[in-house]
Design a protein around this ligand. Structure first.
Ligand SMILES: *Cc1c(COP(=O)(O)O)cnc(C)c1O
Length: 377
C-alpha cells in the first residue's frame, strides 16, 4: 500500500526554494508558519470601515510569536554551519523561540533578558526549554550591545534579527498573505521594536511582486534563490510604536524606553536604516500609540472578534483603527495588521486592568441563577 504524506512540516520545507538555504541543509523546525489570516467582521463594523480588515495572528506559531519564523531559518543555518550554541538579547519572545529551537536542535541557547521587564509566560518558556537565562540589570538595548561584544570572542551564533537569516524566515509571512488574498494588501500595519519584522515583510512582498528594494540590496550576499513574481502590487508599510518607546518618531535613539508593550520596549532599533528604506519605498509611515489606547484595543479585539493578542501586538491594530478613522488609510482598502504574539503570554496585564465579568457567589443554584439573570435581564 502506498500513501501520500501531506503533513505540513514547517516553513523551511515549504518555502525552501525561496530561502537562501542549500538543498542538503537539515531543517530544524516545529511546523511553524501557516498562521490564520482572520477577517475582523465585528470590529470593522464598529469603526464603520467599508474595506477589508484582517489580522495575521502570529500568536499561533509554536512558541506563540512570529519569532519562530525567523528562528527556524536562523537555527537551521547555524546548525548547518556547525554551531553548538546560540545567543540572543530579548524582550521575551526571541528568547522563547531561541530556547525551543535550540532544544529541538540539541544545542545550547543563551538568552539575555532585562530583569523584571518581560512577561512571565515568556520567562517560563525560556526556562522550560532549558535555555541559560542571563537576567541583566539593564534594558534590551544593553543586552543587544553585550551580545555583540560576547559573540566576538565566544563560539556562539547570534540569532537576533541582525542575523540576516532571521529576516529571511520572517519574510514568509508576506508570502502567506499574498497566497491567501491573491494579491498584496493595500496597507500592512505592524508593531515596530527592533524593526526587523517590518523589514522582513517588505523583503517578502518585494520578492513576490518582482520589485527591487534597498532591503534586498543590503542582504545581497544571500541571493541565489527563487524570487519569481506571483503578484503585481506591494502594500504601503505602516509601522506603529508605543509612545514611550518611539525612536522612529523622535528621529533617533530613545535612552530609557518605557511602555506596557514590553515586546517593543526598544530604544535603539537594530534595523534602523532598513526600516527607513521600507517607509520611503512603500510610501507608508511611522506613528505612535499611547499605552492606554493599546490596552483598550487589545481588550476590544478580544471582546468583539475573539482574538487575544499581547499588548505589543495590539499596537498595529490600534494605529490602524486611528488612521482608518482619520482617513489616512483610504476607505474601501484592504488592510492587514500583524498580531505578533499571543495574549496568553502575559495574563498579568489583563488581571491588572480589572477582572470585569467575574462575580463571586455561594455554591448554590439560586445564587448562580441570580448571577445569570442579572446579565440576561
Ligand atoms: C519582537 C516583537 C515585536 C517587534 O518586532 P521587531 O522585529 O523587533 O520590530 C513586536 N511584537 C512582539 C510580540 C514581538 O515579540
Amino acid at each position: 500500500m502506498t500513501r501520500t504524506i501531506t503533513r505540513y512540516s514547517g516553513l523551511v520545507e515549504h518555502y525552501r526554494a525561496r530561502l537562501p538555504l542549500t538543498a542538503d541543509t537539515r531543517a530544524i523546525s516545529l511546523a511553524e508558519g501557516r498562521t490564520p489570516l482572520i477577517k475582523l467582521e465585528n470590529l470593522a463594523r464598529e469603526i464603520g470601515f467599508e474595506g477589508e480588515l484582517y489580522v495575521k495572528f502570529e500568536g499561533l506559531n509554536p512558541t506563540g510569536s512570529f519569532k519562530d519564523r525567523g528562528m527556524t531559518v536562523a537555527v537551521t543555518q547555524a546548525v548547518h554551519e556547525g554551531a553548538r550554541a546560540i545567543i540572543c538579547a530579548s524582550t521575551g519572545n526571541t528568547s522563547a523561540a531561541a530556547a525551543a529551537y535550540a532544544a529541538r536542535a540539541g544545542i545550547t541557547a543563551f538568552v539575555l533578558i532585562p530583569e523584571g521587564k518581560i512577561a512571565l509566560g515568556k520567562l517560563a518558556q525560556a526556562v522550560v526549554h532549558g535555555a541559560v537565562v542571563v537576567q541583566i540589570r539593564g534594558n534590551f538595548d544593553d543586552g543587544m550591545r553585550l551580545v555583540k561584544e560576547v559573540a566576538e570572542t565566544s563560539p556562539v551564533a547570534i540569532v537576533n534579527s541582525i542575523n540576516p537569516f532571521r529576516l529571511q524566515g520572517q519574510k514568509t509571512a508576506a508570502f502567506e498573505i499574498v497566497e491567501a488574498l491573491g494579491r498584496a494588501p493595500d496597507y500592512h500595519c505592524i508593531p515596530v521594536g527592533n524593526a526587523g519584522n517590518i523589514s522582513a515583510h517588505w523583503i517578502g512582498y518585494s520578492e513576490v511582486s518582482g520589485f527591487e528594494t534597498a532591503a534586498n540590496v543590503l542582504t545581497a550576499e544571500l541571493r541565489g534563490y527563487d524570487r519569481s513574481k506571483l503578484v503585481d502590487n506591494r502594500p504601503k508599510m505602516v509601522g506603529y510604536q508605543a509612545a514611550g518607546s518611539a525612536p522612529f518618531m523622535r528621529g533617533g535613539p530613545v535612552r530609557d524606553p518605557e511602555t506596557v508593550a514590553t515586546a517593543i520596549r526598544i530604544g535603539d532599533p537594530q534595523s534602523w536604516d532598513l526600516a527607513w528604506a521600507v517607509q520611503k519605498e512603500s510610501g507608508g509611515w511611522f506613528d505612535e500609540c499611547a499605552d492606554a489606547d493599546i490596552l483598550a484595543v487589545q481588550r476590544r479585539l478580544a471582546e468583539l472578534d475573539g482574538v487575544f493578542c499581547e499588548p505589543a501586538s495590539a499596537t498595529s491594530l490600534c494605529g490602524a483603527i486611528r488612521d482608518i478613522k482619520a482617513g489616512r488609510i483610504a476607505p474601501g482598502s484592504t488592510v492587514v495588521c500583524t498580531l505578533t504574539g499571543n495574549g496568553l503570554k502575559d495574563p498579568d496585564i489583563i488581571v491588572k486592568g480589572g477582572l470585569q465579568g467575574v462575580v463571586e457567589v455561594p455554591a448554590e443554584r439560586s445564587a448562580v441563577e441570580k448571577a445569570l439573570l442579572a446579565r440576561l435581564g
